[in-house]
Write a protein that binds this ligand. Sequence first.
Ligand code: ADP
Length: 291
Amino acid sequence: MVRQNGSIEYLPGTGQAIPPKDRPGCHTNTVPEINLRDAREDALLASRAELIRAARITMAGQLAASIVHELRQPLTSIVSHGGASLRWLDKNPPEIEEIRAGLREMIQEAERAGHIMRSLEALTTNSTPAMNRIDLHETIRYTLLMAKNKFEKHGISILLFLDAEAACVQGDQVQLQQVLLNLVTNAVDAMSNIITRPRLLSISTSHPDADHIEVCIQDSGDGIAEEAKDKLFDAFYTTKEGGMGMGLAISRSIVDAHHGYLKVTANKTHGSVFHMILPVFDSGREPVSAA
Ligand code: ADP
């Protein structure tokens, strides 16, 4: 049999020559159907293997990209605290208290890098997040503390409306922190060029219904173009110079793994609002999905 691509396939078959007077030079031939099926299955298996190989390469690339993205901040911080501590050490006499503070910061940042690596590992091995009782209000405050330098550098004012009465959820502290830090960092980035109005970051919590808590992170940036809304949560979608486009993709997968929902809407005046909706903690109940 000559295939469409020109290759020749030999198939066993049984046949009978047709008497020349009817159709000269012709045979009736029976090719066991199994052979054709085998060929089709071979082709299917080959293309499936190719797909799996391509998916594995993509996943490895995504993993590498997300590790780089998440580790950049603590590593940069370690280097800058190390440099500062060395300069304090060169003073005469050395500023011991400043050096001590610098070293403490370095340890804290290195521990954060370790946490990030462990939670990334958990994400990629498909294991479910550690389900502890987490106070979201505390996590929000801690996240704001982590981003303090960014707020000062970009002149961002913070408004906090932590009004939810039941602020505890079941989840992984580090992963939820990662989501919040990512949303806050994006909000700061979105406002860093704004000069005609105040740069306002507002974080509020409320209960959309009895079973859920909603965290809204609102900025006064330029907002999100209509055509970009669908792509925002895709891996590698970025509009930033040097951006990785992994933050929102990872954030959404973390929130999904917590039976929650992450979405974006336009702010009433300027900017955008990211909404993270999670089931509230209830020790005696299975988590209720927020989607
Ligand atoms: P990165 O920060 O590396 O670009 P993200 O996945 O966190 O990756 O964000 C993807 C894109 O979504 C950003 O490049 C930006 O265009 C858009 N974006 C995210 N948050 C905001 C925001 N608060 N305001 C406007 N655009 C945003």
